[in-house]
Design a protein around this ligand. Structure first.
Ligand SMILES: *[C@@H]1O[C@H](CO)[C@@H](O)[C@H](O)[C@H]1NC(C)=O
Ligand SMILES: *[C@@H]1O[C@H](CO)[C@@H](O)[C@H](O)[C@H]1NC(C)=O
Ligand SMILES: *[C@@H]1O[C@H](CO)[C@@H](O)[C@H](O)[C@H]1NC(C)=O
Ligand SMILES: *[C@@H]1O[C@H](CO)[C@@H](O)[C@H](O)[C@H]1NC(C)=O
Ligand SMILES: *[C@@H]1O[C@H](CO)[C@@H](O)[C@H](O)[C@H]1NC(C)=O
Ligand SMILES: *[C@@H]1O[C@H](CO)[C@@H](O)[C@H](O)[C@H]1NC(C)=O
Length: 476
């Protein structure tokens, strides 16, 4: 290969990288496209808002699902629904075996004591995980608010249970102890058993008493009091978006609210909105499509495979290992997603030790390998064409290969990477210079891993490549 062709190939790579970035940006609203507002209360206008840049750069968030369900801490945060509406025998038996007859779910609230809750230590832990945002449940489908809402008398964290403002205390702790971590709030639109909600549904949405007197005022109260930079809506998808007044609220949020410049919202704002509208798409729980998406998206997933809320009966194998977690991270980031890692705190205010361990392990990996994650962009290829378990990202003129398994004989075969005269390859967490590589006969590259004892990273290893071009764009 002559040097002229090397240079041409390098130029081609830069163009492809720029095109890929622009492609992801246009879809994600983070590129040059989009409109600066003001926004109308309709989806075509709201969807034209550019994605605030911090969100795509942050890549990793921690999701805290905490409420009255953390008291029984059994089965799932859907405990009340399964017990009362579904009469699920597992939950009926649990109540019969452990509580006096006619004990109601609402009575659990006074046992939501949170006496060990130390907001500063949560902020420290989330920060140590490497997450750049946090999302706390302000209210789940049970309707109990983790802040002293004026619209939820006797069913909020000041009146019953903790006797404190959990949302406010955590927001303050993050802003003072971990200001680089964006503070966000989850909010459930519907409430399983709220009589006003049930009445509106019964009336086939000819009334919207629940929305007018509860949901909407509550949302304004939350935004004005706590200024969340993520509004993670949920529980809206069985009812139409016009019932929820979603577009009216979002137009206010983007035009006039105290967080109008930086706030991002998900896609759960009413029937049909999921995967179609919002700053980023969540599509379904644990969404992990494995291919590049044309709109910014988020994989909201759980460390406990079976539940978002804390579950005391979970066993070791119910939890993701750190390798499982990093595998999901690599797949998610390489396909343009963010990863929102859920942990379920306990009724007394602790983050369970095994979840703390996962978070700190994630942080120790990101400390070494963060260049391949933060502010990265998808590359031309998402996973390798020859070797399973190799996922790519890019940043400027660098390409990163996250290798999920240390290769046999220390030799990894990359079918998607073509080297040039300008290529150099090293490994993050290996401070001893370049790695040896040779072109594959067909197309691709063999890279020789260093001695494992000289590498700081554990679990997953990242090749840091300069001056390479994507296979499939080289031979014409
Ligand atoms: C939606 O907003 C746009 C402005 O972006 C406006 O031109 C359009 O008329 C609105 N559509 C409806 C149905 O209100
Ligand atoms: C439980 O509630 C039912 C129906 O309200 C009532 O008939 C029954 O006496 C109650 N049981 C106890 C032990 O209070
Ligand atoms: C409910 O309203 C929708 C229109 O909003 C209508 O299509 C549907 O037939 C109504 N259903 C009942 C049971 O009234
Ligand atoms: C809901 O939206 C309608 C317009 O569609 C508006 O008249 C009404 O004031 C809104 N209600 C709230 C509580 O925002
Ligand atoms: C790349 O990922 C896709 C989607 O997960 C999968 O179908 C394909 O088999 C993967 N390729 C390799 C070589 O592992
Ligand atoms: C790695 O290779 C590049 C390109 O050949 C070279 O410029 C650089 O100095 C090398 N780095 C080390 C630490 O040897």
């Amino acid at each position: 290969m002559t040097c002229v062709s090397c240079l041409l190939l390098l130029l081609l790579q830069l163009l492809l990288t720029a095109a890929a970035a622009a492609g992801a940006g246009a879809g994600g609203g983070g590129g040059g496209g989009g409109s600066a507002g003001p926004y109308e209360p309709n989806w075509s206008s709201l969807d034209s808002r550019p994605l605030p840049a911090w969100y795509d750069d942050a890549k990793v968030g921690v999701f805290l699902v905490w409420g009255v369900y953390s008291v029984p801490s059994y089965g799932s945060e859907w405990f009340w629904k399964y017990l009362q509406a579904d009469k699920n025998p597992k939950y009926i038996d649990f109540m019969e075996r452990n509580f006096r007859p006619n004990f109601t779910y609402q009575e659990f609230a006074s046992h939501f004591t949170t006496e060990l809750f130390d907001p500063a230590s949560w902020a420290e832990m989330v920060s140590a995980s490497g997450a750049r945002y946090v999302v706390l449940t302000s209210k789940h489908h049970e309707g109990y608010t983790n802040w002293p809402s004026a619209y939820s008398p006797n069913w909020n964290s000041m009146d019953v249970g903790p006797k404190r403002d959990l949302v406010g205390d955590l927001a303050k702790a993050f802003r003072s102890k971990a200001p680089h971590v964006h503070f966000g709030l989850y909010h459930s639109m519907f409430e399983w058993f709220n009589p006003l909600y049930l009445q509106d549904r019964h009336n086939n949405y000819t009334t919207n008493l629940f929305v007018e007197t509860k949901t909407v005022p509550e949302l304004y109260e939350l935004i004005n009091q706590y200024q969340p930079e993520v509004v993670w809506s949920d529980g809206a998808s069985v009812d139409p978006d016009w019932y929820w007044n979603s577009t009216v609220f979002l137009a206010w949020l983007f035009n006039s609210s105290p967080v109008k410049e930086t706030v991002v919202v998900n896609d759960r704002w009413g029937e049909g909105a999921m995967c179609h509208h919002g700053s980023f798409y969540t599509c379904q729980d644990r969404y992990n499509p494995g291919s590049l998406q044309n709109h910014k998206w988020e994989n909201a997933m759980t460390l406990d495979k079976a539940s978002w809320g804390y579950r005391r009966e979970a066993t070791l194998t119910d939890y993701l290992t750190i390798h499982d977690l990093l595998t999901t991270l690599a797949q998610t980031i390489s396909c343009g997603g963010n990863l929102l890692v859920n942990v379920g705190p306990t009724h007394d205010g602790r983050i369970p030790t095994i979840m703390e361990e996962r978070l700190r392990q994630l942080g120790s990996w990101l400390d070494i390998n963060g260049d391949s994650v933060y502010s990265s962009r998808p590359w031309t290829h998402q996973n390798d064409s020859l070797t399973p378990g190799v996922w790519y990202t890019s940043r400027g003129d660098r390409v990163y290969a996250m290798v999920l398994k240390w290769p046999k004989d220390d030799l990894v075969k990359l079918g998607s990477v073509v080297t040039t005269k300008h290529t150099s390859i090293t490994m993050l967490g290996y401070g001893h210079g370049n790695l040896t590589f040779t072109p594959l006969e067909d197309t691709g590259t063999h890279v020789t891993f260093p001695a494992m004892s000289k590498v700081a990273s554990q679990w997953v290893w990242v090749l840091d490549m300069f001056g390479v071009i994507p296979a499939g764009h080289t031979t014409h």
